[in-house]
Design a binder for this molecule. Structure first.
Ligand code: ATP
Length: 821
């Protein structure tokens, strides 16, 4: 028996092609080599179970190699094989060894753990036990058998400083490798096992493991295993010292070798240059160094390589310190704002104040401006204009439909296809850290959901106390947003989450009157369209009257987007005509004037007839004022009708609960006061309402409507229906009513009055507590030509609606004063 008691001196030998088995490791291999198959068959038959405890010597082949690898053993002297018979050189078959001289002198004794017979040979699983040296081959047929010497790993003497240090160094290299594997997302249980092994295994086994883990060539592993020079000192301290040193150097070489090969990569060098040029912050610098180190350790074919690379590319494109210089000339900015937009006095004033503060104090902290108004009133283009007045870059971030917090904050890098969020991407696109970001449609951003709370992330973006260290999950490095000028836009204020609203200063743009629209069309929309259609100002002339016809007859909107579209259609048609006459050389016959007839032939018959004055008045029909979900005002005709029935009420027109309840309240009030209003002939008559059904309809049936502000219009419509009186269509009303007949204030007054003005309304009845809104907010030119009647109770409304006539037969009961406490 050998010195190593469990390993016999004579072992059957299993040649393994190009694989080095090391002690402590498990190897699975397939063999169809005739003599090895015979050996394994014998072992296979000898035991019932396929699990065996047989020990064999696994020896790698081929020995001779022509590799030019820098660590190759080409220079080592040929090994001597005591006892082996010299055999004539045979042609190598590749898969099978031909002679014992092909086999290496060293191998590993291994326990056969599992054997499986296959159609071509055997599949074997072996576990390495100890290194062996082949002393001499005893038999070659029917299978190889050799006399071997096994080597135990000697313990490191405690007093041997050098060896202890070497072993320690090997352990720390092991930990380094562990960190690399961790980064490569090797499963946790494997890492834990490995950690245990690194902490507890003897130095030699650890070195074996490390060598096997890193990608070394077969020859390198052999060389690491043992070198020719150690031949005479295979046992004891000398061998161990040499062995450990050798292993350690090779592992380090291998690691640093990878560094070198990656650094040579032109792409990486270029990336490093770009990263250096991006003016990284200290935190970003730290992360970049760490990630670069990781990248250098990876092979470009590794999936993780691309991920790290993309991450570093992204970091290199973030403007960590690059800024544009602000143009802080108030006069110039004022001029720019005036040139770009007509009207919008409040917004322009607020923007100039803002610039003035920025000029005096280099700090733009303060509430975020939020431009609120219906579509097409110029919120987005105003944002652009503010950016160009300041000399800053502009970027629009559309928040409509953002439901996932990760869209704002980015995905963590562990997600497949992770990306930075909208804010970081915006910065990357503009390339400077002080752009103007327009947070478009902030009222449409989603609230708390399964995917986090996007509005909470926005809160961090907009909070001046926190936004200098904004955390994008993908970047995972604090981003400084304090130099970004945020401007938000919204159609409606009601749907902006309250904490966000709290940080914003709302500037309302209520929508334009026809007069304003004509000015905007003349000064901005038409010149813009003329240029974009390749015409010159002399090639197309549109009078104010024709512009008004386009605005009134072809658009129904608070903004000017459709008006711009219709003007573009007119320009297109004119451009075709002009190109035609030019082709025919008849430019003298071209008339640049656009007449009303031209408009009809280009745009078709007028789409809208909103002249309420032309509508015939009918009992039961009342003009109401509405406020749409898009923040614009409008008018609508509430229609009530009655028919024989059983006292039912039917409501149609896509109504919400609140508006339905308003109708119930209106009916109850009318029923309660029906005798007083002359609807019934006796105070106690109840049959009137039980003999008929009532149907109330709100037209534009496809558009949802809700809210309490139709209350007084509903009551008036019912009174008009039952008393056969009519309300002029040019009288419009808005206001909430209670069961006691009180009239309560409502919102959106400014927008509603502007819509009433556009529709040609002459009288507006509204709650007296809304007087301040009319007097404070509504432009003077809009109020011109409209009579405002402020109502405290429903009797005031009825009197104003029926042209001053008091239709009730006795004085109304005194209405209590509503407490405002
Ligand atoms: N006061 C104005 N002066 C000049 N042009 C205007 C004015 N208001 C709007 N416009 C023009 O109307 C068009 C539509 O404006 P814009 O896209 O900015 O509207 P918006 O309010 O942002 O709409 P949305 O809410 O749908 O995004 C633009 O071409 C803009 O220049």
């Amino acid at each position: 028996m050998n010195a190593f008691h469990s390993i016999p001196n004579i072992l059957p030998i299993v040649p393994i092609k190009n694989i080095v088995l090391l002690p402590g490791l498990i190897l699975r291999f397939h063999t169809s080599q005739k003599d090895t198959v015979q050996l394994l068959q014998k072992i296979y038959k000898a035991v019932d179970s396929k699990e065996t405890k047989y020990i064999v010597g696994c020896v790698p082949f081929p020995r001779s190699t022509s590799t030019t690898n820098k660590n190759s053993i080409a220079s080592t002297a040929p090994l001597t094989h005591p006892g082996s018979k010299p055999s004539s050189p045979k042609k190598k078959t590749g898969e099978h060894f031909d002679q014992t001289s092909d086999l290496h002198e060293y191998g590993c004794a291994a326990r056969i753990v599992r054997l499986e017979s296959t159609s071509t040979g055997f599949m074997a699983v072996v576990e390495g036990i100890a290194r062996i040296r082949i002393e001499r081959y005893i038999f070659e047929r029917p299978y190889l058998e050799a006399e071997v010497t096994a080597f135990l790993e000697p313990a490191i003497p405690k007093d041997d400083q050098e060896l202890q240090e070497l072993a320690g160094s090997l352990k720390s290299t092991g930990r380094e490798l562990l960190a690399v594997l961790k980064d490569l997302k090797v499963p946790l249980p494997v890492l834990v096992q490995l950690q245990k092994f690194i902490d507890n295994a003897p130095a030699g086994s650890l070195a074996d493991l490390l060598v096997n883990t890193i990608e070394l060539t077969y020859e390198e592993k052999l060389m690491l295993k043992i070198s020719q020079k150690t031949h005479s000192a295979v046992e004891g301290k000398k061998y161990l010292g040499f062995y450990l040193r050798n292993q350690l150097n090779s592992i380090k070489d291998e690691l640093s070798d990878r560094d070198d090969s990656s650094i040579d990569d032109d792409d990486v060098t270029d990336l490093i240059k770009r990263l250096q040029a991006s003016g990284l912050t200290a935190e970003a610098e730290k992360v970049v160094q760490r990630e670069l180190k990781r990248l250098k350790r990876m092979h470009p074919t590794q999936a993780e390589y691309q991920i790290v690379r993309t991450y570093l590319e992204t970091l290199s494109e973030i403007p960590w310190s690059k800024c544009t210089t602000d143009v802080l000339e108030i006069n110039k900015a004022r001029q720019q704002l005036e040139d770009d937009h007509y009207g919008l006095t409040t917004v322009k004033k607020r923007v100039l104040e803002y610039l003035a503060v920025l000029k005096l104090k280099d700090d733009i902290r303060g509430p975020i401006l939020c431009l609120q108004g219906p579509p097409g009133v110029g919120k987005t283009s105003l944002g652009k204009s503010i950016a160009s007045a300041l000399g800053r870059k502009f970027h629009r971030i559309s928040l409509g439909g953002v439901r996932d917090e990760a869209e704002i904050r980015g995905h963590r890098r562990t997600y497949i296809g992770a990306m930075p969020g909208l804010i970081a991407q915006g910065l990357r696109r503009v390339g400077v850290k002080n752009p103007v970001f327009l947070l478009d449609e902030i009222d449409k951003v989603g609230h708390l959901s399964n995917h986090g709370d996007p509005s909470a992330a926005l809160l961090e973006v907009l909070d001046p106390e926190q936004n200098n260290t904004f955390n994008d999950h993908y970047l995972n490095v604090p981003l400084d947003l304090s130099k970004v000028l945020f401007i938000a836009t919204a159609n409606q204020i009601d749907s902006i989450p309250l904490p966000l609203l709290d940080r914003m200063e709302i500037i309302s743009i209520p929508g334009y009157t026809f007069d304003e629209k004509i000015h905007i069309a003349k000064r901005h929309l038409l010149p813009k369209q003329i240029v974009s259609h390749g015409l010159s100002p002399n090639d197309i002339k549109i009078s104010d009257g024709v512009l008004l016809k386009i605005a009134v007859g072809y658009t129904r909107e608070a903004g000017v987007r459709n008006l711009e579209r219709e003007i573009a259609s007119v320009c297109r048609a004119k451009a075709v005509k002009y190109a035609d006459v030019k082709d025919n050389g008849e430019t003298h016959a071209y008339n640049p004037e656009v007449t009303a007839e031209d408009v009809e032939s280009i745009l078709g018959v007028e789409k809208f007839d909103i002249e309420v004055a032309e509508r015939a008045a009918k009992p039961g029909v009342v003009t109401g004022l509405t406020w749409t979900a898009y923040g614009s005002g409008g008018i609508l005709f509430i229609e009530a009708t009655q028919m024989p029935g059983k006292g039912n009420i039917q409501l149609t027109g896509k109504l919400g609960d609140v508006i339905k309840e308003s109708a119930q309240i209106a009916l109850s009030w009318v029923r309660a006061h029906s005798f007083q209003l002359g609807i019934t002939t006796a105070a106690n008559e109840s049959s009137f309402f039980f003999e008929r059904d009532i149907h109330i309809h709100f037209p534009a049936g496809a558009v949802g409507k809700d809210g309490p502000s139709a209350g007084i219009a509903l009551t008036t419509a019912l009174v008009s229906l039952f008393t056969h009186r009519y309300v002029p269509p040019t009288t419009a009303m808005t206001g909430e009513t209670t069961l006691r007949g009180l009239v309560l204030p409502v919102g959106g007054i400014k927008e509603k009055i502007i819509a009433a003005h556009r529709a040609g309304i002459k009288k507006v009845i509204l709650p007296s507590r809304n007087r301040k809104d009319v007097e404070g907010d509504v432009p003077e030119n809009v109020k011109e030509g409209i009579v405002f009647v402020y109502a405290n109770n429903i009797y005031d409304v009825l009197q104003a609606a029926f042209d001053g006539e008091k239709i009730w037969t006795e004085n109304p009961p005194i209405v209590e004063v509503e407490s405002r406490l």
